[in-house]
Design a binder for this molecule. Structure first.
Ligand code: 6PG
Length: 254
């Protein structure tokens, strides 16, 4: 398991309960920052699991979150047009962004129109430099998913992107289509004030067991290597995904 602050584990009966609890958590985090007059830098994950959370935010928090203070970024993107069915941006737009009053200027999708994805990666680094600050972007909350192989964002097992310690965004290669991706790297993930993993489904149980019980060495699954140095790491899981975890003091069944 990752070093840094002790991770927190929250287990819910199902994805709906997980999503409702995480939506309330995010609203509280945003409100706390807004109370101090600060903007909130939120990174959205891709894949399918977070769509329930995004719909919950759109339906129940449209008027309860100061969306004008929220800046939205992505953990990774499939290198396809933004209107492609595989686009993480499209999924977030359809489930959340089209239904809440977040200003367009606050929404920062990863660009996928460059001929060379590495040019897109560098363009996104410029976007982060401009909007999230230096010397390393520090996001208030980064949402991440996890694949059954233990990948997170678009950091896949065996990828050279896992060893990147300078660049904030790189092009990477997925073993499943769409093969070309853009992804945040560990230096950015580990600089977050808070990382929230959303993991649901029995197909993730073995990977989750490995991630949570293994040391975060070089051969650990990528998700195990996310270790916010001065940030919170919270695992939001459903019972099916957590079914291979021993009930330990740190694991809160909710
Ligand atoms: C992506 C995601 C990826 C995802 C996991 C889990 O672009 O696919 O960023 O890391 O979070 O693959 O995906 P599911 O939630 O669909 O299981």
């Amino acid at each position: 398991m990752a070093s840094g602050l002790s991770p927190e584990f929250r287990v819910f009966p199902d994805t709906d309960a997980l999503s409702r609890a995480l939506a309330e958590h995010l609203a509280a985090q945003i409100a706390a920052r807004a109370a101090g007059g600060a903007n909130f830098a939120l990174v959205l994950s891709g894949g399918n699991t977070p769509s329930t959370l995004y719909r919950c935010l759109a339906e129940d928090y449209r008027d309860r979150i100061p969306w004008a203070l929220v800046n939205i970024f992505w953990s990774d993107e499939r290198y396809v047009p933004h209107d492609d069915p595989h686009s993480n941006y499209r999924m977030a737009r359809e489930t959340l962004l089209d239904h809440v009053p977040v200003p367009g200027a606050n929404v920062h999708p990863m660009p996928t129109h460059f001929a060379d994805p590495e040019d897109a990666a560098r363009a996104y680094e410029d976007e982060l430099r401009q909007h999230v600050g230096l010397p390393v972007p520090r996001f208030d909350v980064i949402l991440l998913g996890m694949g059954a192989d233990g990948h997170t964002a678009s950091l896949f097992p065996g990828s050279a992107a896992l060893e990147e310690r300078e660049r904030w965004v790189v092009a990477s290669r997925s073993p499943v289509a769409p093969y070309v991706r853009l992804t945040l790297t560990f230096p950015v993930l580990d600089h977050a004030a808070e990382v929230c993993f959303l993991v649901a489904g029995g197909d993730k149980a073995e990977a989750l067991r490995r991630v949570i019980t293994q040391d975060a060495g070089a051969d650990a699954p990528p998700a195990a290597r996310v270790r916010p140095a001065q940030g919170r790491l919270i695992w939001w899981m459903d019972r099916a995904a957590a079914s291979r975890l021993d009930v330990a003091p740190g694991i809160k069944l909710l």
